[in-house]
Structures are given as C-alpha cells and as structure tokens.
Ligand binder design. Sequence first.
Ligand code: NAP
Length: 316
Amino acid sequence: SRPLCIGIIGFGRFGQFIAKSIAKHGRVVVTSRSDYTHIASEMGVTYVPLSDPDTFLNQGVDVIIVATSILSFESTILKLAPSLRSYVDRSRTAPLIVDVLSVKEHAREVMLQHLPKECDILCTHPMFGPDSGAQGWNGLTFVYERTRIDGLIFDPDSKELTDVFLDANGNTHYIHEDNESHLVAIDRMERFLSVWEEEGCHMVPLSCRAHDEYAANSQFITHLMGRILGTQGLSMTPIDTKGFESVLKLIESTTADSFDLFYGLYKFNQNSMQTILRLQTATEDVIQNLKRMEREEEEKQQDQQDQEIRAKVGQP
Ligand code: NAP
C-alpha cells in the first residue's frame, strides 16, 4: 500500500509535464543530462544528475520512466543497463521499466535486448503532450503494452490482444496466472497504470506493432502536415476562416515539439516512409485532377467557339 517511488529519466519538455501530475501519486525522483535542480525543487521532486545513475537508483525507485528523446533512447538504455545490473544484484529488487516513446516497436526491441532479465517492461505512449494535456488528462488516450512480466514476454502474434505471454521455451502463459512472483509483478504494473487511470486517461491496451501502424497514419501524418505547412510562412490575416485558424493551430502545436521528436517519428517507425510516399502520390493526384479539369474546361470552350464559327459560315 506504500505509494510508488517513480524515477523519470529525461526531464525535458515531456518529462517535466508528466512529473507534475505523477508527483500527486507518489514520490518522484528525476535525472537528466541538463541540470534541472531549480525546476525540480520548485516542483517538489528530487533531481539527480544523469552522470550519477547509482545515486538515482539508490533512491529506491519502484518504477523508472524513460522519457528521453527517441534518438537518444538506445544510448540511454545502454548506459543505464550496467548500473541497473549491479543495483539488481545488490538490492535483489528490479524496478519496472516504462518508456513513453512516441514510437513503440523500437522501444520494445531495445528494452528487451538490453535491460536485465529481472526487470519487468511496460511500453506506453500517452497520446497527448504539454499542449493538448495542459488542462488535465481527462479523456486523453493512454496506450500501453504489458511487454514483460516476471520473465514472460507478451506475444505480439496472439489474436487476444493483451493476455498471452510466452516463456523462453515458447510456452504460453496467461496474465491471470496465480504464481506469487507473477502476481507481485502484475500488482506493481497495475498500480502504475492506475496513476494514469486516476488522472482520467482513456486506457487502451495495444501491441507495439499495432500502435506503430496506426500512429504512422495519425500522429506522424499530423506532424508531417504541420511541418510542411510551417515552411509556407503562413500567418493570421484580417479575413481568416475557421479552417485557416485550425491550420495555424496545427502548425503551432506540431512545431512546439522538438525536431528530434519529429525525426524520431520518421526514423524509428518503419511505416512512416509509406505515409510520406502516399502523401506525395496524393499531392500529385490532386494537382493532376486540377490540371485535367482546367484542360477539359479549355477544350469545351474551344469546341464552343468552333461551333459558333461554323454556325456563322453556314457549315454543319
Ligand atoms: P525530445 O526532444 O524528444 O526529448 C527531450 C529529452 O531527451 C530531454 O529530457 C533531454 O534531456 C533528453 N535527451 C536528448 N538527447 C539526449 C542525449 N543524447 N542523452 C540523454 N538525454 C537526451 O522532447 P520531449 O517532448 O521532451 O519528448 C521526450 C519523450 O517523450 C520522447 O521520447 C517523445 O517521443 C515522448 N513523448 C513526447 C510527447 C510530447 O507531446 N512532447 C508526447 C508523448 C510522448 P535534457 O533536457 O537533460 O537535455
């Protein structure tokens, strides 16, 4: 029943945003490359430099959220792994590791490959940020995959979306198994998920694979359009329509995120290139349709003029 101690690695724009709400539910310790001592103390959370992972881990963290950029995620996990290994051996406890990356298959692969086997893994993506979640998280979507629990790995090929896990021998297990260590691991994961639930999030269990397929055609295309429109130098005019106001809002909200984030959405979601190609084709199709219509209109006018001339000279 003790509140969870939650560590956050990466105290940038998104790390600070989630820390504020999570601090209502437990003790929060943050670590980051830049010095955020001042911001952390104003928020009432403890700051430890990223160069000192042992002090960070020794705070007794039950859960570690990795909220660094997509581009630096793998190197962050690689640097953390040796300290985590010795912490697990020393304390005989292994924190639950959670990521919040906007791409999920990459995060899943990196964590499964490099984290100590004793660490449970939860892959998540809060589908909101400092702008869309500024007034609270009520009704906002939180996607998650319970990736590894007590050594069992979620089977992304299973038809049942959340319940089927595999052990190292490929044997099937179910989330509701009544093995003691399994239940303890599930309990901690559910307590962490309940933080988001209590903040009002709309909880969506989804495989990392399905997330990336959906996200390429929803989140990535939104960022892509915002970035493309952002290069047009658009600004408010005295005759703005509601539609144009939404265009300006789209530019503002997408360009408020770092370019690293946008690049990460492209680079680490294998579906993003398809989205770009489809958009290129669609742009070309729309332009061709406009040109075709213009051509047809001109041909029609020409026909009409020819008919009028023939009528004047008495030809059929
Ligand atoms: P970001 O530019 O993607 O990431 C900034 C964070 O990454 C900062 O904490 C920064 O640390 C850290 N970082 C960057 N390069 C690093 C390196 N080489 N080594 C160690 N740390 C490094 O911007 P963000 O908006 O804060 O996003 C953070 C994560 O949250 C991303 O994975 C993103 O996909 C995810 N996310 C963001 C949103 C959103 O709306 N922004 C929503 C959902 C999920 P310092 O500040 O200490 O330099």
